[in-house]
Structures are given as C-alpha cells and as structure tokens.
Design a protein around this ligand. Structure first.
Ligand code: AMP
Ligand code: GLY
Length: 424
C-alpha cells in the first residue's frame, strides 16, 4: 500500500521510520518531509496547510492511507477535507482536534466530566484578565487559548509578571488570535509525565509513558521549547498512577469527547502532572509528541499501519498493543539560540555513522539538502539522537556517546537529559 505522511519534523521522521518497517507498505510519501525522511520516503514540496493540494496529490497517487503528524493541519480540519474526498486518513476531525486547539474547550470538558485538572477561569479581554488577577493567588499560569508552538504558557510569580503576560498574550498578540482568550490557571507542582495513546472514537490503548525536557537549558532553566530530549518509559509512571489515570483520566476523556458528539480518532497525548493530590491533566495534544514519538515508536512491537487502520475503522479493541521491555532516550541537537533566533544552513557531519544500526537512530527535525546535495541544518531543533538499550541509564550513555559523532557549526544540546533517572 501507499502511505502519505503530513509534516516534516523529527516526529514525522519517527512515524515514517515506523511505517517503513511495515511489510504492508510499498511506498511512502511525505509532505513536505526533510533530508532524513528522504531516506525512507519520497518528499513532496507541499505545505501541511495546503489541504487542497494534499488531497489532489493523494488522489493522483492513489494513496491508501494518510497520516497527519502535526497539530496545525489537524486543528485546521485537514482530516475532514480528506474524508470528504473519500480518502482514508489517520487523525482527529476538526471538531475533535479542538481538544488541543482550544485550552478553554479542554478545560471546560474536564470540568464538566470531572477529569482532574488545575482550577481555572477563561477570560476574553485584557480588562477581564486584570480584574480577575486582582484577587488571584501567585504563582499563577496564563495560557493562550489557541495553538502557540508549545510556547503560549506563562508562569507568573508576581502581579507585575501577570500584567506583563496579559499584555504579551492579549494586547501585543505575540501568538496572534491564539491569545484572543486566555485561560488563567492554578499553579501546580509535581513531576511531569507524558502518556501517548491510540484512540478509535471509543476504545483507548496506551502507548508507553515518556518524560519530556521542555526548557532550553540544563537544570530545567531557560525558555520553554518544543522539547530538548525525552525518554521512555518514565519510572515515575507507576502501577498506581496508571490505575488512577485509566479510571479517572484516559477513558473518561475518550467518553467525554464521544458524549459531546466529537468522537476522537487518532493519538491523544496526555500531559500529566503528579501532584500531591494525585495525577492531574496539564494539557491534551491531539497528535504524537515531538520528541515523544522518537522514543516511544522505536519501542513499539506492532505494525503501526495495523494500528492506524484500527483507529480509523473503530476496531482498536482487537489490537494487542505491545512494547518492548526496554528503554529509549533521545537528545535533541539544536541550533544555538533556539528557541529565539539562530542561524541555519550549516553542513552536518557524521550522519552516516548511524546507517545500519538497529539500536541507535538519528531522527531529523530541521534539515534539508543544499544546492550541492549536502545535508545542512534548517531549523531550531535539528536532530534527535536516539538510543535503545535494556535500561534507561544505558540508553542515556549510548545516546550521549552518539551525539559526539554528529557535528555542525552552532550545535547546541542539553547535557542532562534523563537526570530524573538518577533520583529513582
Ligand atoms: P502546557 O503546554 O499546557 O503543557 O504547558 C507547558 C508547560 O508549562 C507544562 O509542561 C508545565 O511545565 C507548565 N505548566 C502548564 N500548566 C501548569 C500549571 N497549571 N501549573 C504548573 N505548571 C504548568
Ligand atoms: N514535546 C511536547 C509536544 O510535542 O508537545
């Protein structure tokens, strides 16, 4: 069969890599893809928001299955477009992708269905925000309602910081219309865990847990990024946590979406915080995480195409989702200056050292071929160097050793991905 993947980051490389392992797949296309994805797929220069062009391409090439990796096209309704054209597509429809697309929606959903999350209010103007903040307890969290590349969340320690945050999100419109409304949320403390799941509208099957490192600098300092590294499984995702989340968070979310007439098919990514009062939802994403996909998919035993199809067909209950009893860790190699400003276009060396390895991978995030056909940096996050091993500590040693084999000018990475492993 022929598969089209929409996106061009490290997550889509991991998805393409997993799809390429399926014996059912003869040909993979990726729009727009990147230099690493080009090893397993034919990259086509169509942007992820060019829905009509993507639909035309899928019809012309007789694509059997399209997989959408990114949030923007999902929230924008790409799945509806493909379905209207009679094409098979993996991902939530627009009315379900709102679970990620609007934080106000997701908070209201959790409140209505008693799914544990931080207390909050939604405000619709800077005046309303400032009035509310007069009596608020600090620290407090401000969140742009809409998509903001994971950067629309501000933790404010003082009224002055909150005032500046309201200005940034609602008046200066740093994230455009995403800041028209904001959610003001109680500040929680605790350890964070990511849990990815497949959902077919009614059944949910959990992938393995993972742990992200969102801040740019060592010791969890600096600005929030899309994620600087990740590992799976998280040793803090215990049996008790799992039992609690299954009962009060995972299935209840799927049931709530169905009850609202918004059946969710695709991947739900649960961002959880283990608070003193038990696990609570920080956020939902309507897609694989990046770089969560890079550490979870290498551990998955199933043919991913079977799982995608079961989600589309509503037969996920018949899939026995299985993961290797091992560990995986990835370190993101970024361009120095990410997430603010950085130079790109530098040649990358050492990628060939990963060829034919079965336990070390380099997933490409921001790379491209230059005029001479050489692979050069092309983004803030450039590569995810990933290693699989029997234990997390071994995976960490292997991944960090592998990062030394890859060089490019202005290479930047965190040196403490997986530091929490030492606390276990
Ligand atoms: P989100 O995009 O909602 O996951 O938020 C990004 C990051 O901000 C999370 O990974 C947390 O580290 C932090 N965060 C979000 N909401 C809260 C909260 N209510 N309390 C404390 N930290 C939060
Ligand atoms: N790594 C977090 C995300 O993909 O949203």
């Amino acid at each position: 069969m022929k598969v089209l993947i929409v996106g061009g980051g490290g997550r889509e490389h991991a998805i393409a890599w997993a799809v390429a392992k399926s014996p059912r797949v003869d040909k993979i296309y990726c729009a727009p893809g990147n230099a690493g994805i080009a090893e397993v797929a034919e990259c086509v220069p169509i942007g992820p928001m060019e829905f009509d062009k993507l639909v035309d391409f899928a019809k012309e090439k007789e694509i059997d299955l399209t997989v959408v990796g990114m949030d923007d096209p999902l929230v924008g309704g790409i799945v509806d477009k493909f379905e209207e054209a009679g094409l098979r597509v993996f991902g939530p429809r627009k009315n379900a992708a709102i679970l990620e697309g609007s934080k106000a929606f997701s908070k209201d959903l959790m409140k209505k269905y008693h799914i544990p999350t931080a207390g909050y209010t939604t405000v619709h103007s800077p005046e309303e925000a400032r009035e509310y903040l007069k009596t608020a307890r600090f620290p407090i969290v401000l969140k742009a309602d809409g998509l903001a590349l994971g950067k629309g969340v501000l933790i404010c320690n003082t009224p002055e910081e909150a005032d500046a945050g309201v200005k940034e999100l609602m008046e200066d419109k740093k994230f455009g219309h995403s800041g028209d409304n904001i959610v003001i949320e109680e500040f929680m403390t605790g350890r964070e865990i990511s849990v990815l799941s497949f959902v077919d509208g009614k059944t949910i099957k959990l992938m393995s847990s993972a742990m992200d490192h969102k801040r740019a600098g060592d010791g969890d300092t600096g600005l929030n990024t899309g994620g600087m590294g990740n590992f799976s499984p998280s040793p803090f995702y215990t049996k008790d946590v799992d039992a609690f989340c299954r009962k009060y968070i995972f299935q209840p979310t799927v049931d709530a979406m169905a009850a609202e007439g918004r059946p969710f098919k695709g991947v739900i990514f649960f961002g959880l915080m283990l608070t003193e009062d038990g696990p609570k939802v920080l956020e939902y994403n309507a897609r694989f995480g990046d770089p969560e996909a890079q550490v979870v998919l290498p551990r998955m035993k199933n043919d991913i195409v079977d799982v995608f199809e079961a989600c589309i067909d509503g037969t996920l209950d018949q899939i026995d989702l299985q993961f290797e009893d091992n560990a995986c860790l990835c370190v993101v190699l970024a361009s120095d200056g990410y997430p603010v400003s950085y130079e790109k276009g530098f040649p990358i060396h050492g990628l060939e050292t990963f060829r034919d390895k079965t336990d070390e991978f380099v997933f490409h995030a921001g790379t491209k071929f230059d005029d001479k056909g050489e692979i050069v940096t092309n983004g803030g996050r450039v590569l995810a160097v990933t290693a699989v091993a029997p234990t997390l500590k071994e995976a960490r040693s292997k991944a960090y050793a592998a990062t030394e084999r890859v060089t490019f000018e202005n290479k930047y990475m965190r040196h403490d991905i997986g530091h929490a492993i030492d606390e276990v």
